[in-house]
Write a protein that binds this ligand. Sequence first.
Ligand SMILES: [Zn+2]
Length: 149
Amino acid sequence: MAKTTRKADGAIAIQDSGEPRFAIDFDGMEKSGRSASTIVATRICGRCEACMKFSKENQPYSHSASELMKQIATKCSREPAYLLPGTPVTEAVFRLMLASNNRPMTVAEIQGGLGQAWASVIYLKNLSDDVVLRMVSEPNEYFIGPTER
Ligand SMILES: [Zn+2]
């Protein structure tokens, strides 16, 4: 598994390799008529200091997807509730990608990130190479797919 570490600002840092990488296609999401900012806004934790600053005048939905993703990467993803073991795997991969600022990830990096978040229950999940590769390669409602970035 690839190594993931926490940077000083809390974002998950992933080491480089030459394998295929996967990321969230926010452009494709927008082209399909979905609002990327709304989709990202529903993944904020609602508990961290940044989330607490949201108010009636300053709603999460009024921020761009990239602003909200940055907040998730630096703040929300530090909350244990951000990636609970009960989270379905595809949703978890989506959240992991948000927590990494949508930096393209290899299958091994996805496995590593989930393994870190789910250290106590990872044996309950089937995260084999095949399962993860199929999940991120086939069309999915999260617009996760291969990327050349
Ligand atoms: Zn938060």
